[in-house]
Ligand binder design. Sequence first.
Ligand SMILES: NC(=O)c1ccc[n+]([C@@H]2O[C@H](COP(=O)([O-])OP(=O)(O)OC[C@H]3O[C@@H](n4cnc5c(N)ncnc54)[C@H](O)[C@@H]3O)[C@@H](O)[C@H]2O)c1
Ligand SMILES: [Mg+2]
Ligand SMILES: [Mg+2]
Ligand SMILES: [Mg+2]
Ligand SMILES: [Zn+2]
Length: 470
Amino acid sequence: MFSRTFASNVGNKQQNIRSISTSMQTKFYEGQSVERYMDGAASGRTEELSLLLKGGVNIDMKNEKGWTALMFAARNGQIPTIKLLMENGCDVNLMNATGQTAVDIATFWNHKEAADLITKQLKDSRVEDNKQFVNYFGHSTLDRAAEKRKNTKWLKNTMENENTTFICFHGNSALVVPNTDTSLPKSVKFCLYHVQYSNIAKHLNTDPLVIFLGHEYNNEEKAWFAVDISSISKSVYTSWDKDLELLAAYPGGMMLRKEDASLLAQARALFAWHERYQFCATCGSPTVVEECGYKRRCQDKECKSQKGVHNTSYPRVDPVVIMLVESQDGKSCLLGRQKRFPHGMWSCLAGFVEPGETIEDACRREVFEESGIKVGYVEYHSCQPWPNPSQLMIGCLGRATSSKIQVSSILQTIVKQVDYEELEDAQWFSRETILQMLARQHKEKLFVPPEQAIAHTLIKHWVKMTNANL
Ligand SMILES: NC(=O)c1ccc[n+]([C@@H]2O[C@H](COP(=O)([O-])OP(=O)(O)OC[C@H]3O[C@@H](n4cnc5c(N)ncnc54)[C@H](O)[C@@H]3O)[C@@H](O)[C@H]2O)c1
Ligand SMILES: [Mg+2]
Ligand SMILES: [Mg+2]
Ligand SMILES: [Mg+2]
Ligand SMILES: [Zn+2]
Protein backbone atom coordinates (compact mmCIF):
# COMPACT_ATOMS: atom_id res chain seq x y z
CA MET A 1 0.00 0.00 0.00
CA PHE A 2 2.85 2.36 0.83
CA SER A 3 4.96 1.45 -2.18
CA ARG A 4 5.52 5.15 -2.80
CA THR A 5 7.12 5.37 0.59
CA PHE A 6 9.41 2.48 0.05
CA ALA A 7 10.52 3.91 -3.26
CA SER A 8 11.82 6.98 -1.52
CA ASN A 9 12.98 5.28 1.62
CA VAL A 10 14.41 1.81 1.33
CA GLY A 11 13.70 0.61 -2.16
CA ASN A 12 16.03 2.76 -4.23
CA LYS A 13 19.15 0.69 -4.04
CA GLN A 14 21.73 2.23 -6.33
CA GLN A 15 22.96 -0.34 -8.78
CA ASN A 16 26.35 1.28 -9.15
CA ILE A 17 27.10 -0.56 -12.38
CA ARG A 18 29.29 1.36 -14.77
CA SER A 19 28.54 0.79 -18.39
CA ILE A 20 31.31 0.65 -20.95
CA SER A 21 30.44 2.43 -24.11
CA THR A 22 33.41 2.84 -26.43
CA SER A 23 34.80 0.01 -28.48
CA MET A 24 38.17 0.39 -26.77
CA GLN A 25 36.55 -0.03 -23.40
CA THR A 26 34.49 -2.96 -24.62
CA LYS A 27 37.71 -4.83 -25.29
CA PHE A 28 38.26 -4.72 -21.61
CA TYR A 29 35.68 -7.41 -21.12
CA GLU A 30 37.91 -9.88 -22.88
CA GLY A 31 39.31 -12.53 -20.57
CA GLN A 32 42.84 -11.21 -20.50
CA SER A 33 41.73 -7.77 -19.34
CA VAL A 34 39.56 -9.15 -16.57
CA GLU A 35 42.62 -10.98 -15.36
CA ARG A 36 44.72 -7.83 -15.58
CA TYR A 37 42.15 -5.91 -13.55
CA MET A 38 41.88 -8.59 -10.89
CA ASP A 39 45.62 -9.11 -10.78
CA GLY A 40 46.16 -5.36 -10.46
CA ALA A 41 43.91 -5.37 -7.40
CA ALA A 42 45.57 -8.42 -5.87
CA SER A 43 49.03 -6.92 -6.37
CA GLY A 44 48.11 -3.40 -5.32
CA ARG A 45 48.91 -1.71 -8.67
CA THR A 46 46.76 1.31 -7.84
CA GLU A 47 47.92 3.55 -10.71
CA GLU A 48 46.99 0.96 -13.29
CA LEU A 49 43.65 0.30 -11.60
CA SER A 50 42.97 3.99 -11.42
CA LEU A 51 43.41 4.27 -15.19
CA LEU A 52 41.20 1.27 -15.83
CA LEU A 53 38.51 2.76 -13.62
CA LYS A 54 38.74 6.10 -15.43
CA GLY A 55 38.29 4.14 -18.66
CA GLY A 56 34.89 3.03 -17.40
CA VAL A 57 35.58 -0.52 -16.27
CA ASN A 58 32.77 -2.24 -14.39
CA ILE A 59 34.29 -1.87 -10.96
CA ASP A 60 32.28 -4.77 -9.55
CA MET A 61 32.94 -7.27 -12.35
CA LYS A 62 33.38 -10.82 -11.12
CA ASN A 63 35.66 -13.63 -12.29
CA GLU A 64 34.35 -17.13 -12.83
CA LYS A 65 34.45 -17.82 -9.08
CA GLY A 66 32.50 -14.71 -8.28
CA TRP A 67 35.52 -12.80 -6.97
CA THR A 68 35.63 -9.02 -7.37
CA ALA A 69 38.67 -6.74 -7.44
CA LEU A 70 37.86 -5.68 -3.87
CA MET A 71 37.96 -9.30 -2.76
CA PHE A 72 41.40 -9.79 -4.33
CA ALA A 73 42.66 -6.61 -2.68
CA ALA A 74 41.17 -7.78 0.63
CA ARG A 75 42.80 -11.22 0.20
CA ASN A 76 46.22 -9.57 0.20
CA GLY A 77 45.50 -6.66 2.55
CA GLN A 78 46.17 -4.05 -0.17
CA ILE A 79 45.03 -0.98 1.77
CA PRO A 80 45.59 1.76 -0.88
CA THR A 81 43.83 -0.41 -3.49
CA ILE A 82 40.90 -1.08 -1.17
CA LYS A 83 40.63 2.67 -0.55
CA LEU A 84 40.77 3.40 -4.28
CA LEU A 85 38.05 0.87 -5.09
CA MET A 86 35.82 2.13 -2.30
CA GLU A 87 36.35 5.77 -3.25
CA ASN A 88 35.23 4.82 -6.73
CA GLY A 89 32.03 3.34 -5.37
CA CYS A 90 32.58 -0.42 -5.49
CA ASP A 91 29.87 -2.55 -3.90
CA VAL A 92 31.24 -3.80 -0.57
CA ASN A 93 28.25 -6.10 -0.03
CA LEU A 94 28.97 -8.55 -2.87
CA MET A 95 29.61 -12.26 -2.22
CA ASN A 96 31.71 -14.72 -4.17
CA ALA A 97 30.49 -18.14 -5.31
CA THR A 98 31.16 -19.63 -1.89
CA GLY A 99 29.25 -16.88 -0.06
CA GLN A 100 32.22 -14.86 1.25
CA THR A 101 32.28 -11.08 1.24
CA ALA A 102 35.44 -8.98 1.01
CA VAL A 103 35.29 -8.53 4.81
CA ASP A 104 35.13 -12.33 5.30
CA ILE A 105 38.13 -12.75 3.03
CA ALA A 106 40.21 -10.04 4.74
CA THR A 107 39.33 -11.48 8.15
CA PHE A 108 40.18 -15.04 7.08
CA TRP A 109 43.61 -13.96 5.84
CA ASN A 110 44.24 -11.93 8.99
CA HIS A 111 44.25 -8.50 7.39
CA LYS A 112 42.56 -6.69 10.27
CA GLU A 113 43.10 -3.16 8.96
CA ALA A 114 41.59 -4.13 5.62
CA ALA A 115 38.62 -5.84 7.30
CA ASP A 116 37.97 -2.79 9.51
CA LEU A 117 38.23 -0.42 6.59
CA ILE A 118 35.70 -2.33 4.51
CA THR A 119 33.40 -2.85 7.51
CA LYS A 120 33.26 0.88 8.07
CA GLN A 121 32.35 1.46 4.41
CA LEU A 122 29.79 -1.34 4.64
CA LYS A 123 28.00 0.48 7.43
CA ASP A 124 28.12 3.80 5.60
CA SER A 125 27.03 2.25 2.32
CA ARG A 126 24.03 0.59 3.94
CA VAL A 127 22.86 4.01 4.97
CA GLU A 128 23.70 5.44 1.54
CA ASP A 129 22.33 2.58 -0.57
CA ASN A 130 19.07 2.37 1.25
CA LYS A 131 18.74 6.11 1.42
CA GLN A 132 17.87 5.49 5.01
CA PHE A 133 17.19 8.67 6.85
CA VAL A 134 19.41 9.34 9.85
CA ASN A 135 17.68 11.58 12.35
CA TYR A 136 19.26 14.17 14.63
CA PHE A 137 20.76 12.50 17.75
CA GLY A 138 21.56 9.48 15.55
CA HIS A 139 24.73 10.66 13.80
CA SER A 140 27.27 8.85 15.93
CA THR A 141 30.73 8.60 14.44
CA LEU A 142 32.09 6.34 17.17
CA ASP A 143 32.86 2.66 17.31
CA ARG A 144 31.44 1.81 20.74
CA ALA A 145 34.07 -0.93 21.09
CA ALA A 146 32.11 -2.78 23.79
CA GLU A 147 34.98 -5.25 24.22
CA LYS A 148 37.10 -2.46 25.73
CA ARG A 149 34.66 -1.79 28.56
CA LYS A 150 36.07 -4.61 30.67
CA ASN A 151 39.69 -3.92 29.78
CA THR A 152 40.66 -1.83 32.82
CA LYS A 153 44.27 -1.47 31.76
CA TRP A 154 43.36 -0.16 28.32
CA LEU A 155 40.75 2.14 29.84
CA LYS A 156 43.16 3.59 32.39
CA ASN A 157 45.87 4.23 29.80
CA THR A 158 43.40 5.63 27.29
CA MET A 159 41.80 7.99 29.79
CA GLU A 160 45.22 9.51 30.41
CA ASN A 161 46.14 9.63 26.73
CA GLU A 162 46.40 13.17 25.33
CA ASN A 163 44.39 12.16 22.22
CA THR A 164 41.42 11.21 24.36
CA THR A 165 38.52 13.63 24.68
CA PHE A 166 36.21 14.02 27.66
CA ILE A 167 32.80 15.63 27.64
CA CYS A 168 31.36 16.74 30.97
CA PHE A 169 27.92 16.35 32.52
CA HIS A 170 26.43 18.03 35.55
CA GLY A 171 23.13 16.32 36.38
CA ASN A 172 20.94 16.54 33.28
CA SER A 173 23.13 19.15 31.64
CA ALA A 174 26.20 19.11 29.44
CA LEU A 175 29.09 21.55 29.70
CA VAL A 176 29.13 23.65 26.52
CA VAL A 177 30.72 26.71 24.95
CA PRO A 178 28.87 29.08 22.59
CA ASN A 179 29.38 28.15 18.96
CA THR A 180 31.58 30.57 17.05
CA ASP A 181 31.82 28.61 13.78
CA THR A 182 29.67 30.57 11.33
CA SER A 183 29.88 27.83 8.70
CA LEU A 184 27.58 25.65 10.83
CA PRO A 185 23.78 25.84 10.54
CA LYS A 186 22.14 28.69 12.46
CA SER A 187 20.45 26.20 14.80
CA VAL A 188 23.91 25.32 16.22
CA LYS A 189 24.21 27.62 19.19
CA PHE A 190 26.61 25.58 21.34
CA CYS A 191 29.44 23.05 21.14
CA LEU A 192 30.17 20.38 23.71
CA TYR A 193 33.20 21.36 25.75
CA HIS A 194 36.10 19.01 24.98
CA VAL A 195 38.75 18.53 27.60
CA GLN A 196 41.56 16.17 28.60
CA TYR A 197 41.23 14.24 31.80
CA SER A 198 44.53 15.50 33.22
CA ASN A 199 43.23 19.08 33.02
CA ILE A 200 40.23 18.48 35.24
CA ALA A 201 41.22 15.44 37.37
CA LYS A 202 42.32 17.49 40.36
CA HIS A 203 38.86 19.08 40.66
CA LEU A 204 36.93 15.81 40.52
CA ASN A 205 35.79 13.38 43.22
CA THR A 206 38.23 10.58 43.98
CA ASP A 207 36.14 8.17 41.91
CA PRO A 208 33.97 10.12 39.48
CA LEU A 209 31.47 8.33 37.25
CA VAL A 210 33.22 7.92 33.90
CA ILE A 211 31.51 6.48 30.83
CA PHE A 212 33.40 5.11 27.85
CA LEU A 213 31.57 6.34 24.76
CA GLY A 214 33.79 4.67 22.15
CA HIS A 215 36.71 5.41 19.90
CA GLU A 216 36.88 6.67 16.36
CA TYR A 217 36.59 3.96 13.70
CA ASN A 218 39.94 2.27 13.07
CA ASN A 219 41.60 4.52 15.60
CA GLU A 220 41.74 3.27 19.17
CA GLU A 221 43.97 6.22 19.99
CA LYS A 222 41.13 8.68 19.55
CA ALA A 223 38.79 7.71 22.35
CA TRP A 224 35.83 9.55 23.88
CA PHE A 225 34.58 9.48 27.45
CA ALA A 226 31.94 11.34 29.45
CA VAL A 227 32.54 12.33 33.06
CA ASP A 228 30.21 13.41 35.85
CA ILE A 229 31.34 16.81 37.16
CA SER A 230 28.40 17.40 39.48
CA SER A 231 30.80 17.76 42.43
CA ILE A 232 32.32 20.81 40.74
CA SER A 233 30.98 24.32 41.30
CA LYS A 234 30.40 26.95 38.64
CA SER A 235 33.32 29.06 39.85
CA VAL A 236 35.63 26.09 39.22
CA TYR A 237 34.50 25.16 35.72
CA THR A 238 34.32 28.78 34.60
CA SER A 239 37.97 29.04 35.62
CA TRP A 240 38.72 26.48 32.86
CA ASP A 241 37.01 28.75 30.33
CA LYS A 242 34.95 31.80 31.22
CA ASP A 243 32.40 31.08 28.46
CA LEU A 244 31.47 27.66 29.80
CA GLU A 245 27.86 27.04 30.69
CA LEU A 246 25.51 24.16 31.42
CA LEU A 247 23.00 23.21 28.75
CA ALA A 248 20.01 21.02 29.67
CA ALA A 249 20.14 17.87 27.55
CA TYR A 250 16.52 18.38 26.62
CA PRO A 251 15.59 20.67 24.96
CA GLY A 252 19.10 22.21 24.91
CA GLY A 253 20.49 19.18 23.05
CA MET A 254 18.66 20.41 19.93
CA MET A 255 21.10 23.34 19.65
CA LEU A 256 24.25 21.32 18.91
CA ARG A 257 26.12 20.04 15.89
CA LYS A 258 24.68 16.70 14.85
CA GLU A 259 27.81 14.77 15.95
CA ASP A 260 27.77 16.45 19.37
CA ALA A 261 24.06 15.71 19.66
CA SER A 262 24.63 11.97 19.26
CA LEU A 263 27.35 12.00 21.94
CA LEU A 264 24.97 13.86 24.20
CA ALA A 265 22.16 11.35 23.57
CA GLN A 266 24.45 8.46 24.49
CA ALA A 267 25.95 10.05 27.60
CA ARG A 268 22.74 11.63 28.88
CA ALA A 269 20.82 8.33 28.79
CA LEU A 270 23.59 6.60 30.72
CA PHE A 271 23.96 9.32 33.36
CA ALA A 272 20.19 9.38 33.89
CA TRP A 273 20.22 5.60 34.34
CA HIS A 274 23.03 5.76 36.92
CA GLU A 275 21.25 8.49 38.81
CA ARG A 276 17.99 6.54 38.98
CA TYR A 277 19.26 3.00 39.46
CA GLN A 278 21.59 3.25 42.44
CA PHE A 279 19.86 0.32 44.11
CA CYS A 280 19.23 -3.20 42.89
CA ALA A 281 15.75 -3.61 41.41
CA THR A 282 15.70 -7.23 42.61
CA CYS A 283 16.75 -6.98 46.29
CA GLY A 284 17.21 -3.28 47.07
CA SER A 285 20.94 -3.50 47.91
CA PRO A 286 23.29 -0.79 46.63
CA THR A 287 24.79 -1.40 43.19
CA VAL A 288 28.27 -0.62 41.84
CA VAL A 289 29.27 0.59 38.38
CA GLU A 290 31.04 -1.84 36.07
CA GLU A 291 32.09 -1.98 32.41
CA CYS A 292 32.99 1.70 32.36
CA GLY A 293 29.42 2.82 32.84
CA TYR A 294 27.50 0.10 30.99
CA LYS A 295 26.57 -2.14 33.92
CA ARG A 296 25.48 -1.84 37.57
CA ARG A 297 26.08 -4.91 39.71
CA CYS A 298 24.28 -5.66 42.95
CA GLN A 299 26.60 -5.78 45.96
CA ASP A 300 24.72 -8.67 47.57
CA LYS A 301 26.50 -11.80 46.37
CA GLU A 302 23.39 -13.92 47.05
CA CYS A 303 21.15 -11.72 44.91
CA LYS A 304 19.30 -13.42 42.04
CA SER A 305 20.55 -10.67 39.72
CA GLN A 306 24.08 -12.10 40.16
CA LYS A 307 23.04 -15.36 38.53
CA GLY A 308 22.74 -15.28 34.77
CA VAL A 309 22.13 -12.17 32.72
CA HIS A 310 19.52 -9.74 34.04
CA ASN A 311 18.31 -6.68 32.25
CA THR A 312 18.06 -4.84 35.58
CA SER A 313 21.86 -4.61 35.48
CA TYR A 314 22.03 -2.86 32.12
CA PRO A 315 21.13 0.64 30.88
CA ARG A 316 17.52 1.35 29.89
CA VAL A 317 16.27 2.17 26.44
CA ASP A 318 12.51 2.80 26.25
CA PRO A 319 10.95 2.11 22.85
CA VAL A 320 8.34 4.63 21.77
CA VAL A 321 6.39 4.49 18.53
CA ILE A 322 5.75 7.74 16.72
CA MET A 323 3.60 7.66 13.64
CA LEU A 324 2.41 9.78 10.80
CA VAL A 325 -1.08 8.49 10.02
CA GLU A 326 -2.45 9.14 6.57
CA SER A 327 -6.19 9.37 5.89
CA GLN A 328 -7.99 6.66 3.91
CA ASP A 329 -7.94 8.80 0.76
CA GLY A 330 -4.27 9.74 1.29
CA LYS A 331 -5.08 13.46 1.21
CA SER A 332 -4.57 14.36 4.85
CA CYS A 333 -2.58 13.34 7.87
CA LEU A 334 -3.39 13.10 11.56
CA LEU A 335 -1.60 15.33 14.07
CA GLY A 336 -2.22 15.95 17.74
CA ARG A 337 -1.54 18.56 20.41
CA GLN A 338 -0.41 17.89 23.95
CA LYS A 339 -1.18 20.52 26.55
CA ARG A 340 2.50 21.10 27.22
CA PHE A 341 3.24 21.92 23.55
CA PRO A 342 4.03 25.55 22.67
CA HIS A 343 1.00 27.42 21.40
CA GLY A 344 0.27 26.51 17.77
CA MET A 345 2.47 23.41 17.55
CA TRP A 346 1.02 20.14 16.26
CA SER A 347 2.92 16.86 16.09
CA CYS A 348 2.68 13.17 15.26
CA LEU A 349 1.00 10.94 17.82
CA ALA A 350 3.41 8.87 19.91
CA GLY A 351 3.42 6.41 22.77
CA PHE A 352 5.47 3.88 24.69
CA VAL A 353 5.56 0.33 23.35
CA GLU A 354 4.12 -2.07 25.91
CA PRO A 355 5.53 -5.49 26.86
CA GLY A 356 4.72 -8.25 24.40
CA GLU A 357 3.56 -5.81 21.75
CA THR A 358 4.73 -5.45 18.17
CA ILE A 359 5.70 -2.05 16.80
CA GLU A 360 2.72 -2.17 14.43
CA ASP A 361 0.26 -2.99 17.22
CA ALA A 362 1.71 -0.28 19.44
CA CYS A 363 1.10 2.25 16.63
CA ARG A 364 -2.48 1.04 16.19
CA ARG A 365 -3.19 1.04 19.95
CA GLU A 366 -1.68 4.46 20.68
CA VAL A 367 -3.44 6.12 17.74
CA PHE A 368 -6.76 4.59 18.78
CA GLU A 369 -6.29 5.53 22.45
CA GLU A 370 -5.35 9.10 21.64
CA SER A 371 -7.60 9.88 18.69
CA GLY A 372 -10.17 7.11 18.23
CA ILE A 373 -8.80 6.55 14.71
CA LYS A 374 -8.28 2.97 13.56
CA VAL A 375 -5.06 2.20 11.72
CA GLY A 376 -4.46 -0.70 9.32
CA TYR A 377 -1.18 -0.97 7.44
CA VAL A 378 1.94 0.28 9.29
CA GLU A 379 5.48 0.49 8.02
CA TYR A 380 8.79 1.59 9.51
CA HIS A 381 10.52 4.75 8.33
CA SER A 382 13.45 5.64 10.61
CA CYS A 383 14.27 6.00 14.28
CA GLN A 384 15.78 8.46 16.72
CA PRO A 385 17.47 8.18 20.10
CA TRP A 386 15.64 10.76 22.22
CA PRO A 387 17.58 11.89 25.31
CA ASN A 388 14.63 12.74 27.51
CA PRO A 389 16.16 10.68 29.01
CA SER A 390 16.48 7.46 27.00
CA GLN A 391 13.67 6.77 24.56
CA LEU A 392 14.19 5.21 21.18
CA MET A 393 11.62 6.83 18.92
CA ILE A 394 10.52 4.32 16.28
CA GLY A 395 9.15 6.35 13.39
CA CYS A 396 6.38 4.75 11.34
CA LEU A 397 3.83 5.58 8.69
CA GLY A 398 0.32 4.25 9.08
CA ARG A 399 -2.82 4.19 6.96
CA ALA A 400 -6.11 4.99 8.70
CA THR A 401 -9.11 2.74 8.20
CA SER A 402 -11.55 5.13 9.89
CA SER A 403 -11.92 8.91 9.93
CA LYS A 404 -13.94 10.08 12.95
CA ILE A 405 -11.67 11.60 15.59
CA GLN A 406 -12.52 11.11 19.27
CA VAL A 407 -9.69 12.44 21.39
CA SER A 408 -8.49 10.11 24.15
CA SER A 409 -11.37 7.79 23.35
CA ILE A 410 -10.37 4.97 25.65
CA LEU A 411 -8.83 7.07 28.38
CA GLN A 412 -11.67 9.55 28.64
CA THR A 413 -13.23 8.11 31.80
CA ILE A 414 -9.87 7.67 33.53
CA VAL A 415 -8.73 11.08 32.34
CA LYS A 416 -11.54 12.77 34.25
CA GLN A 417 -10.42 11.08 37.47
CA VAL A 418 -6.71 11.73 37.19
CA ASP A 419 -7.05 15.11 35.48
CA TYR A 420 -4.62 14.12 32.78
CA GLU A 421 -5.20 14.10 29.08
CA GLU A 422 -2.95 12.46 26.58
CA LEU A 423 -3.92 14.93 23.91
CA GLU A 424 -5.88 18.14 24.12
CA ASP A 425 -6.81 17.84 20.46
CA ALA A 426 -6.24 15.83 17.28
CA GLN A 427 -7.10 16.86 13.74
CA TRP A 428 -6.71 15.91 10.09
CA PHE A 429 -4.49 18.32 8.14
CA SER A 430 -4.41 18.65 4.36
CA ARG A 431 -1.11 18.57 2.51
CA GLU A 432 -1.44 22.27 1.70
CA THR A 433 -1.90 23.19 5.34
CA ILE A 434 1.06 21.03 6.33
CA LEU A 435 3.19 22.83 3.75
CA GLN A 436 2.26 26.17 5.28
CA MET A 437 3.03 24.83 8.76
CA LEU A 438 6.41 23.50 7.65
CA ALA A 439 7.26 26.84 6.07
CA ARG A 440 5.92 28.73 9.11
CA GLN A 441 3.53 30.60 6.87
CA HIS A 442 0.27 29.39 8.33
CA LYS A 443 -2.19 32.25 8.81
CA GLU A 444 -3.06 31.16 12.35
CA LYS A 445 0.62 30.59 13.12
CA LEU A 446 0.27 26.81 13.39
CA PHE A 447 3.53 24.92 12.99
CA VAL A 448 5.14 21.49 13.32
CA PRO A 449 8.11 20.47 15.54
CA PRO A 450 11.62 21.61 14.49
CA GLU A 451 13.70 19.55 12.10
CA GLN A 452 15.72 17.99 14.93
CA ALA A 453 12.62 15.99 15.95
CA ILE A 454 11.68 12.77 14.16
CA ALA A 455 8.09 14.04 14.06
CA HIS A 456 9.33 16.69 11.61
CA THR A 457 11.06 14.01 9.49
CA LEU A 458 7.88 11.93 9.26
CA ILE A 459 5.69 14.90 8.41
CA LYS A 460 8.10 16.12 5.75
CA HIS A 461 8.44 12.62 4.37
CA TRP A 462 4.68 12.34 3.98
CA VAL A 463 4.57 15.63 2.11
CA LYS A 464 7.37 14.51 -0.21
CA MET A 465 5.80 11.09 -0.64
CA THR A 466 2.61 12.74 -1.81
CA ASN A 467 4.60 14.60 -4.46
CA ALA A 468 4.29 18.05 -3.04
CA ASN A 469 6.81 20.58 -4.14
CA LEU A 470 9.28 20.72 -1.22
N1 LIG B 1 11.21 13.07 18.91
C1 LIG B 1 9.94 13.42 18.73
O1 LIG B 1 9.59 13.98 17.68
C2 LIG B 1 8.91 13.11 19.81
C3 LIG B 1 7.56 13.39 19.54
C4 LIG B 1 6.61 13.00 20.46
C5 LIG B 1 6.97 12.37 21.65
N2 LIG B 1 8.30 12.16 21.92
C6 LIG B 1 8.69 11.49 23.18
O2 LIG B 1 8.02 10.25 23.24
C7 LIG B 1 7.72 9.90 24.58
C8 LIG B 1 6.44 9.14 24.69
O3 LIG B 1 5.35 9.82 24.12
P1 LIG B 1 4.00 10.01 24.94
O4 LIG B 1 4.24 10.80 26.16
O5 LIG B 1 2.98 10.49 23.97
O6 LIG B 1 3.69 8.48 25.39
P2 LIG B 1 2.27 7.80 25.78
O7 LIG B 1 1.24 8.24 24.81
O8 LIG B 1 2.50 6.33 25.93
O9 LIG B 1 1.85 8.46 27.15
C9 LIG B 1 2.75 8.72 28.18
C10 LIG B 1 2.30 8.01 29.43
O10 LIG B 1 2.61 6.63 29.28
C11 LIG B 1 2.97 6.06 30.52
N3 LIG B 1 4.22 5.30 30.30
C12 LIG B 1 4.26 4.02 29.82
N4 LIG B 1 5.54 3.58 29.73
C13 LIG B 1 6.34 4.58 30.14
C14 LIG B 1 7.77 4.73 30.27
N5 LIG B 1 8.63 3.74 29.96
N6 LIG B 1 8.25 5.94 30.69
C15 LIG B 1 7.40 6.95 30.99
N7 LIG B 1 6.04 6.86 30.90
C16 LIG B 1 5.50 5.69 30.49
C17 LIG B 1 2.99 7.20 31.53
O11 LIG B 1 1.77 7.18 32.22
C18 LIG B 1 3.05 8.45 30.66
O12 LIG B 1 2.44 9.54 31.25
C19 LIG B 1 7.75 11.21 25.35
O13 LIG B 1 8.69 11.02 26.38
C20 LIG B 1 8.22 12.27 24.39
O14 LIG B 1 9.34 12.98 24.93
C21 LIG B 1 9.26 12.51 21.03
MG1 LIG C 1 -0.72 7.42 24.54
MG1 LIG D 1 1.18 9.83 23.42
MG1 LIG E 1 0.97 4.90 26.16
ZN1 LIG F 1 20.28 -7.40 44.32
